[in-house]
Design a protein around this ligand. Structure first.
Ligand code: F3S
Length: 652
């Protein structure tokens, strides 16, 4: 004979969670009260009592005290009353049950039917969330009876939900019948995942076994459902503990019989072990077999033995806003608290979904509660440290989002890895505000990875920016050409010109290149921050210098001058400056001509300023145009001579 324990025996996610929340509350408050027995298992209830967990018969009796709402949940009204009367309410309603509350409270159907045990607290709680007519039914006959009596009508919408621990086989049979007869009944399959799995495993084992032992509290509905399923296939014994196993239970069985053990969702693993040990004794007494079945349990191929620090593959069974329940192929129920899920508090919801297989590390195995606390974050941290080390070694640039500003810098998350950027490495000037980086996607380099300091990773935005700028500069010098056009920003203004940022470098626009017109000081034309169009005049890659011009060739006044004026023309011009060798006169804006000192008068001129003054308009003759050097020579003397010649002709 041999023994096999069904997969998924013992505490389910919801029970484990309720016990954990209750124990935490008892530790916090010293004592805590639960809305009825926390779970339907007297052994667990007794052990909780020793930890300061008391049972409140109703909400009123817990007035002024901390109250835990057990995994079965309560009606909406009881929940409101608890919030009003109790010092604190800890809601341990199983998320699978809470989902049913939501369905029945939000349905637009005229009536709700709850398939389950009408005396069970879960069913009572569900009914207390319905807003319209609500009925509890044990089976399809009950539901049909509602239609026959006219309490339900085929002319109205009906929502049908099912108790989380209902026998799946019966539910499928009933729902098929109801769906066939009543088209306006909308059926919600609300049997919880843990129950379905447990029932499937128990049934599969019961089909092969000669005897099934179902372990759990007598008032536990899910344990009762397991016993009913097993009893369809083989002899089944219901045991609350090892003490319930009768002597000579194996008499009459063949020597090669398989004995199966399964347990309800509220059965702790130690009770399963005790029952297993008890069956072990029975087999020994029958077969005088000395095999150590306790060791067999430990070595059972169907379970892995968890130990702290072990890395396991975990399948996500459920996700709530507090924790994720996982299946790791061990006797224990695995869970990952939110804070152990990811480093990035903003990414919790996006980290996992039901059905995902993830790597996790065991951080605490608790055989007294049959649970194992795991951490995904610690595996991720180890992996991300390896990855960050590789990024650092390869001097790669990565991207991340700035999540918050902390003392001395900012925190960036890249692929859920937390990276600290010291203020000096952010690229923000010393007195600037780091807040401008918040929520920004930034490029960064990894400059330190320290697994000795809790996996500290330090990055630099500044280095990544510098690399980008260096690359842009190299590209700029590779591609620069005379005549290339840019739109640049004025960075600084000097007496001799302005420096303009043209992307990778700052180029110089000399004052004379700012405009075609005469300029006193560059600040008369531009101010810092102005955007101006510039053209590359020359460049020196060695000295990293670029000379620019802001003069637009299309506005070149010389072109206009050449089009409109010719040598010999007599024109009006305005004196704009006086030098030792002559006076400059503006012909059109941007084109000045020189009246050489020898061309000012027919008489000898020693002091130009005694003859001409700045601003004076004079009549001149164009005597020379040098298109190579863009120079114009003007003469007043030539006109004077012509006038004198005309006068003498007249006299003759
Ligand atoms: Fe919840 Fe299902 Fe357990 S409803 S309490 S996970 S049996």
């Amino acid at each position: 004979m041999w023994i096999e324990i069904a997969d998924k025996s013992g505490f389910c996610f919801g029970v484990e969670r309720a016990i954990r929340l209750t124990e935490e509350a008892a530790e916090r408050f010293g004592e805590v009260w639960t809305s009825g027995p926390l779970i339907h298992n007297p052994i667990v209830t007794k052990s909780l009592e020793k930890k300061g967990v008391h049972i409140a018969d109703n909400v009123e009796s817990a007035a002024g005290k901390p109250l835990v709402i057990r995994s079965h949940g309560v009606s909406a009204q009881t929940g409101i009353k608890a919030a009003e009367l109790c010092a604190e309410v800890i809601d341990a309603t199983c998320p699978f049950v809470a989902k049913i509350h939501k369905i029945v409270s939000e349905t637009s159907a005229e009536a709700v039917v709850v398939l389950g045990d009408r005396t069970h607290p879960e069913v009572i709680g569900i009914m207390g969330h319905a807003v319209g007519r609500v009925y509890a039914c044990a089976g399809a006959d009950d539901i049909e009876g509602l239609f026959t009596r006219g309490e339900l009508s085929d002319n109205e919408d009906v929502a049908l939900v099912v108790q989380t621990t209902f026998d799946r086989g019966r539910f499928e049979e009933y729902s098929e019948r109801i769906a066939r007869n009543h088209s306006r009944v909308k059926i919600y399959d609300t049997i919880c995942h843990a129950t379905s799995e447990r029932q499937r495993n128990a049934e599969e084992l019961a089909k092969r076994a000669a005897l099934m032992i179902v372990v759990g509290g007598r008032s536990s509905s899910n344990t009762g459902a397991l016993a009913a399923i097993c009893a369809r296939h083989c002899r089944t014994v219901f045991a609350e503990s090892a003490a319930d196993i009768p002597r000579q239970i194996l008499s009459g069985l063949r020597s090669d019989s398989l004995i199966g053990i399964t347990a309800g969702a509220s059965t702790p693993v130690y009770t399963i072990k005790e029952v297993h040990e008890r069956m072990n004794e029975e087999i020994r007494s029958v077969n005088e077999n000395e095999e150590d079945f306790a060791a067999l349990l430990e070595a059972d191929q169907s379970f892995i033995k968890l130990r702290n620090g072990m890395r396991v593959k975990a399948t996500v069974v459920s996700v709530s806003d507090r924790e994720v329940c996982v299946e790791v192929g061990a006797k224990q129920t695995g869970y990952i608290a939110c804070e152990e899920l990811t480093n990035n508090p903003e990414a919790v919801a996006a980290v996992v979904k039901v059905g995902d297989v993830i790597d996790a590390i065991v951080i605490k195995v608790d055989d007294s509660t049959g649970t194992a606390a795991l951490s995904k974050k610690r595996v991720d941290t180890a992996l991300s440290l390896e990855k960050m080390m590789a990024v650092k070694d390869a001097n790669e640039t990565i991207e991340g989002v700035v999540s918050n500003v902390v003392k001395g810098g900012v925190i960036v998350f890249s692929d859920n890895t937390r990276i600290f950027i010291p203020a000096s490495q952010t690229g923000i000037p010393r007195n600037g505000s780091l807040d401008v980086l918040l929520k920004q996607t930034v490029k960064l380099k990894i400059i330190e990875v320290n697994d000795q300091r809790g996996g500290r990773v330090v990055g630099s935005i500044k280095l990544a920016n510098k690399e980008v700028r260096d690359a842009e500069r190299a590209k700029f010098w590779e591609n620069i050409e005379v005549g290339q056009k840019f739109v640049g920003e004025v960075r600084s203004i000097e007496d001799y010109g302005v420096f303009v940022d043209i992307g990778a470098v700052d180029g110089l626009v000399r004052t004379s290149e700012l405009t075609w017109n005469r300029v006193g000081h560059p600040k008369d034309i531009v101010k810092i921050g102005d955007k101006i169009n510039v053209i590359v005049k020359s460049y020196d890659p060695e000295k990293k210098r670029v000379s620019l011009s802001a003069k637009d060739p299309d506005d070149n006044p010389w072109t206009k001058f050449i089009d409109e004026y010719s040598k010999g023309d007599v024109i009006k011009a305005t004196i704009v400056s006086i030098t030792e060798f002559g006076a400059f006169a503006q012909i059109i804006p941007g084109v000045d001509g020189l009246i050489h000192i020898s061309q000012i008068s027919t008489e000898r001129v020693n002091n130009i300023a005694s003859v001409l003054s700045v601003g004076q308009e004079v009549e001149v003759k164009i005597i020379e145009i040098d298109t190579e050097k863009n120079r114009v020579s003007l003469s007043i003397k030539a006109l004077m001579e012509e006038t004198a010649s005309d006068d003498s002709d007249d006299e003759e």
